[in-house]
Design a protein around this ligand. Structure first.
Ligand SMILES: Cc1cc2nc3c(=O)[nH]c(=O)nc-3n(C[C@H](O)[C@H](O)[C@H](O)COP(=O)(O)OP(=O)(O)OC[C@H]3O[C@@H](n4cnc5c(N)ncnc54)[C@H](O)[C@@H]3O)c2cc1C
Length: 292
C-alpha cells in the first residue's frame, strides 16, 4: 500500500503551512499572556477574521458539500490539514463548516440553523454529556416531556465545548425512558433565547467547556432534529467525526513540540557541546518521534 501524499495533497498542505506561519504562529505569545491574565483570546471576532483570511486561500468548508459552498475535501485531506494547522498551538477551526448532523435539518430548520452556522453567523454547541454520564452516553437522563406543541427540557449538561459562546445547542434528551438509548433519545435544536444558561468550567487549554442549565425550557416540536427517538445514533455520528479529527490535532501538536525540543537541543550548549550531541538527549527525542 502506498502511503505517500499525492501532488495535490502536498500542494494543499503547502497552502496550509503558509497560513499557519503567517497568521497563526504569531498569535501564540498573546494566547499564553491571555491565559495567564484570565482573558479569552483569540475571541470570536479574531477567529472570524482568521477564517476570512483562510477562505481567500481556499481553506473553507473543508467537509462541507459543494452545494453549500464547501470544499468537500473528505476525511483524509481534512485530517492532514488538521495536523498541519495544529502545529500552531492556537485553538482555531476553519470556517464554512457545520455539525455533520445539522444536514438532517428540515427545510425550515436549514434556513435557521444549518446555513447561518456554515456562514459563521450562528454558533452551535453539542450537548450530550451530563454530570453523571460521560463515556457511558447510553445512560443520559435529561428528560424532555411533551406538552402540547412543545417539548419541555429540564436538567444539566457539562463539559460542553463552546457552551458559553454558542447561541444554540444541539441537546440530547430522553423522550422515552422505557426505550432508553434504543429509540428513546431525541436531538433538539435549542436557541439560547429559549431559556438555557451557561457557565464556564475552568480547565487547562483554551477550548472553553461550559455547564448548561435547563429549567423548564420550552422547545417547539418543529425543533426536533431528524426523527424523535433517533438521537443516540445522531450523537454517535457526531462523535465519530471527532474521533478522526481530535487525534489528528493531537499528532500535529506533538510533532511541533518534538521539533521545538530538537531545535533547542541543537542550539543549547552544555559542557562544551550542543546537548543534541549527548546520547541520552537523542534517545528521548527519538523515543518521542517513534511514539508519535
Ligand atoms: C475539554 C472537553 C471538552 C468536551 N466537550 C464536550 C462537548 O462539546 N459535548 C459533550 O457532550 N461532551 C463534551 N465533553 C465531555 C466528554 O465527552 C466526556 O468527558 C467523556 O465522554 C468522558 O466522560 P467523563 O469525563 O464523565 O468520564 P467517565 O465516563 O466518568 O470516565 C472516567 C474514566 O474512566 C474510564 N472509563 C470509563 N468507562 C470505562 C470502561 N468501560 N473501561 C475502562 N475505562 C473506562 C474513562 O476512560 C476515564 O478515564 C468534553 C470533555 C472535555 C474534557
Amino acid at each position: 500500500m502506498d502511503f505517500a501524499l499525492s501532488d495535490e495533497q502536498r500542494m494543499v498542505l503547502g497552502t496550509v503551512r503558509q497560513f499557519v506561519q503567517k497568521e497563526l504562529l504569531p498569535l501564540e505569545a498573546e494566547i499564553q499572556r491571555a491565559e495567564l491574565e484570565g482573558r479569552q483570546f483569540p475571541d470570536r471576532t479574531t477567529i472570524r477574521q482568521l477564517q476570512a483570511t483562510a477562505r481567500k486561500a481556499g481553506l473553507w468548508g473543508l467537509l462541507t458539500p459543494e452545494e453549500y459552498g464547501g470544499a468537500n475535501l473528505g476525511f483524509l485531506m481534512t485530517a492532514l490539514i488538521t495536523m498541519e494547522t495544529a502545529r500552531a498551538l492556537v485553538p482555531f477551526i476553519y470556517g464554512g463548516g457545520a455539525d455533520n448532523i445539522l444536514y438532517q435539518c428540515t427545510p425550515v430548520l436549514r434556513e435557521r440553523y444549518l446555513l447561518p452556522t456554515i456562514e459563521g453567523e450562528r454558533q452551535s454547541c453539542f450537548a450530550l454529556t451530563e454530570p453523571d454520564t460521560g463515556s457511558d452516553a447510553t445512560n443520559i437522563k435529561m428528560p424532555a416531556v411533551r406538552d402540547g406543541t412543545d417539548w419541555v427540557l429540564n436538567g444539566e449538561k457539562v463539559f460542553i465545548t463552546n457552551g458559553c459562546e454558542a447561541d444554540f445547542a444541539i441537546v440530547f434528551a430522553v423522550t422515552d425512558r422505557n426505550k432508553g438509548y434504543k429509540g428513546g433519545v431525541t436531538a433538539f435544536l435549542v436557541d439560547r433565547a429559549m431559556g438555557w444558561t451557561s457557565r464556564r468550567i475552568e480547565t487547562m487549554g483554551s477550548w472553553g467547556p461550559a455547564e448548561l442549565h435547563f429549567e423548564n425550557v420550552r422547545v417547539p416540536a418543529e425543533n426536533v432534529l431528524g426523527e424523535v427517538g433517533n438521537g443516540f445514533q445522531q450523537a454517535m455520528a457526531w462523535i465519530g467525526q471527532g474521533r478522526l479529527l481530535i487525534p489528528a490535532r493531537a499528532v500535529g501538536q506533538a510533532q511541533r513540540l518534538v521539533e521545538m525540543g530538537r531545535e533547542y537541543a541543537r542550539q543549547r550548549i552544555a559542557f562544551g557541546h550542543p546537548i543534541a550531541d549527548y546520547q541520552a538527549i537523542q534517545w528521548m527525542l527519538a523515543d518521542s518521534a517513534v511514539e508519535i
